[in-house]
Design a protein around this ligand. Structure first.
Ligand code: DX5
Ligand code: ZN
Length: 233
């Protein structure tokens, strides 16, 4: 069902975060990013509670889906109660949704992750588990990550595009790559661009989210920037 995650045509995948795009031209910006070589689009959903910002909801997602019927939409749920939104985003055309380890109820993490992964699979979506920079990667979490289709290591504190990459999170990427094996998809998100992507790739990340490094530049440079994020040195 999610062969773009399990058997991607090329690795690493580059996922522009449209949070950094011009919101008045979202469809156009999204299409241009794909034309420039992006593999999928990353949608940042924020609720003003889990993170101190508000961004887009299912309506924005379905507008992009209508405009770009074939695009892969990776939806990053930076919200306190992600499962309340699974159905709405699935109906809006999301292909993948990640939720955060920090919102899991203490003591019940494993059961909740398994239930949410099942719900997402029943909706036809891939499930990702995200971890914030201050959260320690505990051995007990490896089973949680293994139960999901992809891991998402945040390399900034979530909330805003354009923040500086935090290299200390690369240790988590290395650990996850070691624990989850070569077939796992590990996404990294925050401050990724041509200068930080090589270290992220070396650590084992194979889905690279980039917002301002792409949308903060002139469109004619996007193809070169995306290629550099994918395999530049
Ligand atoms: C941060 C978001 C990221 C962010 C990426 O809260 O989850 O996806 O928009 O933007 P850049 O690449 O500019 O850090
Ligand atoms: Zn994100």
């Amino acid at each position: 069902m999610h062969d773009w995650l399990t058997h991607p045509a090329r690795l690493p995948l580059v996922a522009p975060s449209i949070l950094a795009a011009d919101f008045a031209m979202l469809g156009d910006e999204s299409r241009a990013a794909l034309d420039a070589g992006a593999d999928l689009l990353h949608l940042d959903v924020m609720d003003g509670h889990f993170v101190p910002n508000l961004t887009m909801g299912p309506d924005a997602c379905s507008a992009i889906r209508l405009h770009l019927p074939g695009v892969r939409l990776d939806t990053h749920l930076m919200v306190e109660y992600p499962d309340r939104f699974f159905e709405a985003f699935a109906r809006a055309g999301a292909n993948a949704m990640s939720f955060h380890v920090e919102v899991l109820p203490e003591g019940d993490e494993e059961a909740v992750v398994r239930a949410w992964v099942q719900q997402l699979h029943d909706l036809g979506c891939a499930a990702g588990l995200a971890i914030n920079p201050p959260s320690e990667l505990q051995p007990a979490m490896f089973d949680l990550f293994a139960a999901c289709d992809y891991a998402l290591v945040m390399s900034v504190n979530p909330g805003f595009a354009g923040q500086a990459f935090m290299p200390e999170v690369l240790e988590k990427v290395r650990r996850l790559r070691l624990e989850l094996g070569p077939q796992a998809r590990i996404e990294i998100d925050g401050g990724i661009g041509p200068s930080t992507a090589p270290a992220a790739r070396d650590a084992g990340a194979d889905m690279l989210v980039a917002g301002s490094a792409i949308f903060g530049h002139d469109r004619h440079a996007w193809a070169e920037i995306i290629a550099a994020i994918r395999d530049g040195r």
